[in-house]
Design a protein around this ligand. Structure first.
Ligand SMILES: Cc1cc2nc3c(=O)[nH]c(=O)nc-3n(C[C@H](O)[C@H](O)[C@H](O)COP(=O)(O)O)c2cc1C
Length: 182
């Protein structure tokens, strides 16, 4: 029996349910996202870990090194796209977003206070900025943190479902939801 939900508002709610789960479950397929930004007119893309999801403001949050190239790209062009695929759900989400960097203030220091007790803290303590050419790989430990938070406000979700019974696609945007030809 086909138990596929066909009300657009329920499908959108199910997307946000999964995004909320992904922010808390290490094994969730959407825990890792591809974040695309613009690099002087060319697209750039990298994997990031989803840390927080606030569906009330349609916001996803990531952590990064404040000196990383993506931060400068976002400062120049604050528009991005996030991409995830789940084999379990058969769902791809392509999410247009407005990106904002926070590198200081209470929200950053409280997150860093939690993170600095964990092994992940090393990712933000290197004395060298990400992408610096080096002679050979090695452990460069520093003491100063370069922690920053990336907030992505989702403006549009392009949802694609691959299914043996027929693929489906929909767009969820401020103007309202609608079906698309897959
Ligand atoms: C599984 C995985 C998870 C990653 N998570 C993050 C992350 O949460 N934040 C981040 O800044 N970089 C993360 N990276 C590294 C980025 O993909 C990228 O290599 C690095 O941030 C430099 O990107 P940039 O040069 O575009 O700034 C991750 C890489 C992998 C493979």
């Amino acid at each position: 029996m086909d138990t596929r939900v066909d009300a657009l508002n329920l499908i959108e709610a199910a997307c946000w349910n999964e995004l909320e789960r992904a922010a808390h479950e290490r094994e969730h397929e959407w825990r890792l996202m591809a974040l695309a930004t613009a690099d002087s007119g060319a697209p750039d893309l990298r994997t990031v870990v989803l840390r927080e999801c606030d569906r009330t403001v349609r916001q996803l949050t990531f952590y990064t090194d404040a000196r990383s190239p993506k931060v400068a790209q976002i400062a120049r062009v604050p528009q991005g796209t996030l991409l995830v695929w789940s084999r379990r759900l058969g769902w791809q989400l392509r999410m247009r977003c407005h990106l904002a960097i926070e590198a200081d203030g209470q929200a950053v220091s409280s997150r860093w206070a939690r993170l600095k007790m964990t092994p992940s803290a090393q990712d933000y303590l290197s004395p060298l900025p990400p992408g610096t050419p080096i002679e050979r790989p090695g452990l460069e430990r520093g003491t100063r943190e370069h922690f920053a938070v990336v907030h992505a406000r989702i403006s549009t979700i392009d949802w694609l479902e691959l299914h043996a019974g027929g693929h489906r696609r929909a767009r969820f945007a401020a103007a309202g939801p609608g079906w698309l030809h897959p």
